[in-house]
Design a protein around this ligand. Structure first.
Ligand SMILES: [Zn+2]
Length: 383
């Protein structure tokens, strides 16, 4: 009896084993069937995307909004893998007391040297003899638009007294200025826009006082056409937390300088504003003063990963800039990436010329001379 029992027990164990094997087998077949089905589905997706010349190379097909596929303009987006850390770079980075600059390796040029090479004498830069000649350094990409901007001004007013009173500053230099002038005047190291190389301060060699008035008003009013904004205005003091600095110019590129100026947005406001225009949603579309068309959208950075997938329109001109906080701004330039160009023709004055040249030079100098109290303001302008 006991033996029989054992045998039947062994048999039933065997049966159970077989049954289990069968179940596992069936399971495997089922799973692989599911996998094959999934693979086919994926290949279908890829094939569909393959219709365009450049396929959308995204690892997650779900990131392609279906409306892009059926877009009447047939804009095909492809994914660009960018270093997530690059959100700290580019002409749209917001640097202020809340957002530190993490740059480095800036491609800098000496304004004085460049002027010498180009035979330019209608403006100069002040290299502080007390420190080093680094005070006349600026980002290579900013020199040309700045030079063209100043040259146009010179051709309108024949005023050769402008100087660049500080552009790029190293973090060490910013520390020196803070030690020298105190936190009321100087930003803490790492938090000054001057450390990016995208900013410069104007002054002039008569009174060392630049207020953006008189003939200088043309510079403050027209800088956006060359890609610059007046970064700290009286009106936006509450937001920028920096007193009005009519002499401090910041390069952001022509499309953004245009949009911010025309819509009266400071960089803090603009950075926030752009976050509404995500890749998946509506893009910001506008046309600049020169009738060039743009499309702008925001892509959040994938902060947990080394790379962020940034969708860009295939075959179109675009630029990518970090915002220095949490993502990237993609600017699609439908009429090509704009470069600063001369807008003042010395032979045939444009409408700005006729309008502004009525302001007499003597009027301006009297204005400057009465303003003796602000003589040192440019010197103190160390934010
Ligand atoms: Zn400044």
């Amino acid at each position: 009896m006991a033996k029989k029992k054992n045998i039947s027990k062994a048999k039933s164990i065997q049966r159970t084993k077989r049954f289990t094997e069968l179940v596992i087998c069936a399971g495997i077949i089922g799973v692989s069937g599911f996998l094959i089905h999934g693979a086919m589905k994926r290949s279908e997706t890829i094939e569909r995307a393959d219709n365009g010349s450049n396929i959308i190379e995204v690892t997650e097909p779900t990131t392609i909004p279906p409306e892009e596929v059926t877009d009447p303009n047939k804009v095909i987006y492809e994914s660009l893998m960018v270093n997530t850390k690059d959100k700290y770079r580019g002409e749209l980075i917001l640097v202020n007391e809340d957002h530190q600059y993490f740059g480095g390796d800036e491609n800098l040029v000496s304004i004085i040297e460049k002027n010498n090479i180009n035979g330019i004498s209608f403006f100069s830069a002040l290299a502080d003899p007390n420190t080093s000649e680094e005070d006349d350094l600026i980002l290579d990409t900013v020199y040309d638009p700045m030079e063209i901007f100043i040259e146009d001004y010179y051709n309108l007013y024949y005023d050769g007294t402008l100087i660049i009173y500080g552009a790029y500053r190293s973090t060490e230099r910013q520390q020196e200025i803070l030690d020298e002038k105190g936190s009321e005047i100087a930003a803490k190291p790492g938090y000054s826009e001057h450390e990016t190389g995208y900013a410069f301060d104007f002054s002039e060699t008569v009174n060392y006082d630049y207020q953006g008035t008189g003939d200088h008003a043309w510079l403050n009013e027209n800088c956006y056409k060359y890609g610059f904004i007046v970064r700290y205005t009286e009106e936006k003091t509450d937001i920028t937390k920096i007193a009005s600095e009519p002499w401090h110019f910041r390069y952001v590129g022509i499309p953004h300088a245009y949009y911010m100026t025309k819509n009266n947005l400071c960089l803090e406001e603009y950075t926030d504003f752009l976050k509404k225009y995500t890749y998946e949603g509506e893009h910001l579309e506008f046309t600049d003063h020169d009738n060039r068309k743009y499309e702008v959208y925001y892509v959040p950075s994938d902060d947990g990963a080394e790379k962020t997938s940034v969708p860009v329109p295939s075959g179109k001109d675009y630029t990518i800039s970090g915002n220095n906080i949490d993502g990237f701004i993609i600017t699609v330039c439908h009429d090509g990436i704009p470069e600063a160009e001369h807008l003042v023709n010395t032979d045939e004055p444009d409408e700005d010329t006729t309008e502004d040249s009525s302001e007499d030079a003597s009027e301006d100098s009297s204005e400057d001379s009465t303003d003796s109290t602000s003589e040192d303001s440019s010197e103190d302008a160390e934010i």
